[in-house]
Design a binder for this molecule. Sequence first.
Ligand code: FE2
Length: 387
Amino acid sequence: MAAEIKNLKDLQNTEYSLKKLFKEAEDFLPLLGTDYVELYVGNAKQSAHFYKTAFGFQSEAYAGLETGLKDRVSYVLKQGKIRLVLTTPLQKDGELNEHINVHGDGVKVVALWVEDARKAFEETTKRGAKPYLEPTVEKDEHGEIVKSGIYTYGETVHMFIERKNYNGIFLPGFQKWESHYNPEPVGLKFIDHMVGNVGWDEMNTWCKFYGEVMGFAQIISFADDDIATDYTALMSKVMSNGNGRVKFPINEPAKGKKKSQIEEYLDFYNGPGVQHIAVATDDIVATVSAMRERGVEFLYVPDEYYDDLTERVGEIDEDVEVLKKHGILIDRDEEGYLLQLFTKTVVDRPTMFIEVIQRKGAQSFGVGNFKALFEAIEREQALRGTL
Ligand code: FE2
């Protein structure tokens, strides 16, 4: 298991081989990858326009009144392998309205692509998962899918999607969404990881859930003194499935002189939930430039971050001046390095944001970047008066 990491050198020396750790994990819950992420939002039509324009997502599928739904509408957006589903209720009351009222716009479903959704449900519920949806078959003229679901932290759920007998655009009931407005993609390829914020002293509970119920293994742990400023702190552990395609870091607040940013999230989201979705690109400079041009706001990184960059991370292919111009963070582990940049929150409440990540060998997460992110969010927190 991963050791506590006090600095980057420890991280580099920490032994964690995904292959070694996960032999067992693949046996009872093999995951093919992330299938889709569904957000419950106040106005899916307008949110869809935002994710198309600002992030380069493409119109993929639609379900609503025109397709026979009475109570909700869903837009499916795609870029690379990433599928975002934006869902809004069409009537008053009910689960969707309640979710939006309590949490604001946010992630409800992190759907996982499986070979066998019945087995995924059976294996996880027998290990203690709280059921959300019993295995259900849905059909249309394009075949059938099997889906099932379990709860994770807060009101967030994991759906298991089995689609080997389906060749429709998304799921039964959805039709192709034809749009004349198709902004260029910005190079987002797949979901690298999704981070959950959980309550005080709950990090280990949820890491245990991912370990025991879903067969994940812990690959990294950051203690509160790793990720602390003079004022506030957090703790984090990273859980990964067997093939490393699905990674869920879990954060909890830690005590400091002022309010932890995780606590700020919990206050505004009214409980645990998804803090950020990290999307991978092969060219972070091009991706971030395109996103900036389209109006995406990123967290500010102070110039001093780049002063001793080469000493910290060694030789890199990119021009440091270009990285500095965009505020891109760089960190290294023993296998290579990674580049990351974080947007400001993409919803009105200070809750969810998007990370852009490019991995050049590194498979883990650097403590240096984690701290830089933490400090950048804290600057935003101070502006909001919630520090
Ligand atoms: Fe991240």
